[in-house]
Design a protein around this ligand. Structure first.
Ligand SMILES: C[S@@+](CC[C@H](N)C(=O)[O-])C[C@H]1O[C@@H](n2cnc3c(N)ncnc32)[C@H](O)[C@@H]1O
Length: 392
């Protein structure tokens, strides 16, 4: 496909996404319907779509419209290109640029447009991030690196790096976690490598690994991953030798976990919600709660535009409910850990404060935050312990 044809395809996909469909689903459907497109074409179209979604407001401002075409016109202009060279109207290329498609200069745009944030989120972001607000929101406008976790249950860091390098995947260690590698060359090849297939490495964000590294887990520790989802954190904790039990309100989310655990050479038991009361108590209960995902909006930029104040309030209620239900599963002297990949205080400190107001026996013993400025996704982690004079 020509560069112009890829832009035309991105416009088509973006229009479907702006109409409410999920980007991944639309991209998969597009690829099925256009079998002639090679992997390079599909990757380029995907990059166009995600780049434009990350910078939706600035692209729309510069492109003159919040449509697939407006976003791609804006994206080409913001990248310093000349849209007239791509928007030619030739076969498979987008129609020529109209006189009314001039767009506006980003210099004259309001701050929320320049930072690609919905207006209503600017005050809570400023309150949550303080002096870091502008650089963090700027970081969310860029692509996220691809990170791997070296699976300590199977390999040393140097061994994993050498195995990946043999198949053309270059990496460098990342300071966020001892197990973290940032892929510097050929990220799309990772899943085809022997190192990945044999479980020497897993795909996991570096800050997500830092969250796991900060938790008290190791041989002899019994851990409940209460919101296990696909099991990224459960696998990281099991690799450190902990005995991990995985739970999720939606067990279908844990569907791939047995296969992932097998590949990683670790054992992870899953437990249904009804069976939790008889599962005993745990040294560590991790609640990696559902949240806005604002710390990961580089990877899931659609979520930035779909979040509403009502959904944020609903998430806060779910987070509180999860803490109240899971805290009784912590063994005496054990730790209750609350994590989100959110940058918003409303889902972080404030949820923990609300929980502590409702359950005052819980003391906050540690609280950490990571933002995309640290390299990985934005994360929050609070660790709480129960005052032993006030057992459950
Ligand atoms: C942030 S994701 C977990 C990601 C996962 N821990 C990882 O590292 O890959 C949150 C998960 O919480 C689950 N969840 C939502 N409501 C829940 C509830 N009330 N109790 C337990 N899990 C819940 C969701 O199904 C989702 O899989």
């Amino acid at each position: 496909m020509t560069p112009a044809a890829r832009i035309a395809a991105a416009i088509e996909v973006l229009d479907a996404v702006l109409a409410g469909e999920a980007a991944e689903k639309v991209l998969t459907g597009w690829a099925r319907g256009h079998r002639f497109a090679g992997s390079g074409d599909r990757a380029a179209i995907r990059d166009h779509v995600f780049d434009a979604l990350r910078c939706r407001r600035s692209c729309a401002w510069v492109g003159g419209a919040d449509t697939g075409r407006g976003l791609m016109l804006g994206a080409v202009r913001l990248a310093g290109g000349a849209p007239e060279e791509m928007f030619t109207g030739a076969r498979f290329a987008p129609a020529p640029v109209g006189a009314d498609e001039g767009g506006e200069s980003l210099e004259d745009a309001p701050e929320a447009v320049r930072l690609d944030m919905p207006d209503w989120l600017m005050p809570p972001m400023a309150e949550s991030l303080g002096d870091d607000c502008t650089p963090v929101l700027e970081a969310l406008r860029r692509r996220a690196p691809v990170f791997l976790r070296v699976n300590a249950a199977k390999a040393e860091v140097a061994e994993a790096r050498a195995a990946l390098a043999e198949e053309g995947v270059s990496t460098r260690p990342h300071p966020l976690a001892e197990t973290a590698l940032e892929v510097t060359e050929n990220p799309r090849r990772v899943q085809g490598t022997r190192a990945y297939r044999e479980g020497l490495v897993e795909l996991q964000d570096a800050a997500s690994q830092a969250v796991c590294a900060a938790l008290p887990a190791g041989p002899g520790t019994r851990v409940l991953d209460y919101c296990a989802g696909g099991g990224g954190k459960a696998l990281a904790l099991a690799a450190r030798g902990a005995e991990v039990v995985a739970h999720d309100a939606d067990p279908r989310r844990m569907r791939d976990l047995p296969e992932r655990a097998r590949r990683a050479g670790v054992r992870i038991e899953t437990v249904a919600t009804e069976a939790l009361p008889s599962a005993g108590r745990f040294d560590l209960v991790l609640c990696d709660a559902p949240c806005s995902g604002s710390g990961a909006w580089r990877r899931s930029p659609e979520a930035k535009w779909r979040l509403t104040p009502a959904r944020l309030r609903e998430l806060q209620e779910i987070q509180m409910d999860i803490l109240l239900r899971s805290c009784d599963l912590v063994a005496p002297g054990g730790t209750l850990a609350y994590a989100t990949c959110s940058l918003l205080a409303a889902e972080n400190d404030r949820t923990v404060a609300a929980f502590r107001a409702a359950a005052p026996a819980w003391r906050l013993v540690d609280q950490r935050r990571w933002t995309p400025r640290d390299g990985g996704d934005g994360f929050y982690l609070a660790q709480l312990m129960r005052d032993e004079t006030d057992p459950p």
